[in-house]
Design a binder for this molecule. Structure first.
Ligand SMILES: Nc1nc2c(ncn2[C@@H]2O[C@H](COP(=O)(O)OP(=O)(O)OP(=O)(O)O)[C@@H](O)[C@H]2O)c(=O)[nH]1
Ligand SMILES: [Mg+2]
Length: 298
């Protein structure tokens, strides 16, 4: 057996590029929530991927966009912190959307940081090979990427080559986590995220962005099941009415889907209780941001 290798590879990119889908696909587990809406991920999520003698520590990050709220600024800061702390950064680009101004801006900033960086073009299932080469050339003109990969996080196309290259690129050193662990994400946080994913999937316009979820209690019961109570905070009373829905229909549906997902992820029966509270300005509150793993300035 060759000497062990271990290192961090951060996935960074514009919102909706498929970063979380890629993390989930490479770990083979649902660790980071995914939705068709931009700005789904709000915090760094670690995925542990053993590959031969290497342990690849993948970091999913929030999409990088022009921030407005305190929450948005904290999300973008978390994304750049992920890149700074990593041995290697993967710039993930939605190849169909192409070299948009936000993508160019991120590429330029990565280039200026002068750290090892690979280009990964994603969603190649959606377009022909002829479009990929000009895009590769355009982006490599902005930053000289050490390597370029073309993948589909959805179909798995190209991911074996990416994993092999990642394993080779990890620095020599002992594995930092047991190889059978998937993440360091606590179950309480996972539970809140799975509820938030359903809110992203089942509500629209500003509602998902005006919402956060916190697990209040997570109790294992004697029969092996788990009882989870979570609070859904919304910015406005109007959002509360939308989330609850007519006769409580919407929140019931959110709870039912989240409970089913969590039952699979935690591998046991889940009793989930959701409480919706209007709380103006939660997205500016340090306590709420800390609960999301977005503590601290800098
Ligand atoms: N067709 C196709 N769709 C993809 C692929 N990868 C991701 N998607 C879809 O793209 C959308 C966004 O995926 P996410 O993984 O949430 O994207 P993200 O980059 O994590 O987004 P943020 O967390 O908002 O920054 C979802 O609807 C995914 O199903 C792909 O390779 N092919
Ligand atoms: Mg994401």
């Amino acid at each position: 057996m060759s000497a062990p290798r271990c290192g961090y590879a951060a996935i960074i990119g514009a919102p909706n590029a498929g970063k979380s889908t890629l993390l989930n696909r490479l770990t083979g587990a649902k660790l980071s929530i995914v939705s068709p809406k931009a700005q789904t991920t709000r915090m760094r999520v670690l995925g542990i991927v053993p590959r031969g003698p290497a342990q690849i520590l993948l970091i999913d990050t929030p999409g990088v966009f022009a921030p407005r709220r305190t929450l948005d600024r904290a999300m973008v800061r978390a994304a750049w912190a992920g890149a700074q702390d990593a041995d290697l950064t993967l710039l993930l680009v939605d190849a169909r959307a192409g070299a948009t101004p936000p993508v160019r801006e991120i590429a330029t900033r990565l280039g200026a940081a002068g750290r090892p960086c690979w280009l990964v073009l994603n969603k190649i299932d959606l377009l022909g090979a002829a479009q990929l080469l000009p895009l590769t050339a355009t982006l490599n003109a902005l930053v000289s990427f050490a390597a370029t990969f073309m993948v589909s996080a959805a179909t798995g196309d190209g991911l074996d080559a990416l994993l092999d290259a990642l394993a080779d690129a990890m620095p020599a050193g002992p594995h930092l986590y047991p190889d059978d662990e998937l993440t360091d994400l606590p179950d309480r946080l996972l539970a809140a995220e799975i509820v938030r994913e359903q809110i992203f999937l089942q509500t629209h316009e500003e509602v998902p962005y005006a919402t956060t979820v916190e697990t209040e209690s997570f109790t294992e019961r004697a029969d092996g099941s788990v009882r989870i109570e979570a609070t859904v905070y919304v910015s406005r009373p109007g959002h509360k009415a939308i989330l609850i829905g007519e006769g409580g229909k919407r929140i019931k549906q959110i709870g039912a889907q989240a409970r089913a997902q969590l039952g699979g992820l935690l591998e046991r029966r889940v009793h989930l209780f959701l409480n919706v509270k209007a709380r103006a300005g939660w997205d500016e509150e340090a306590g709420r941001l800390r609960a999301l793993g977005l503590g601290g300035e800098g």
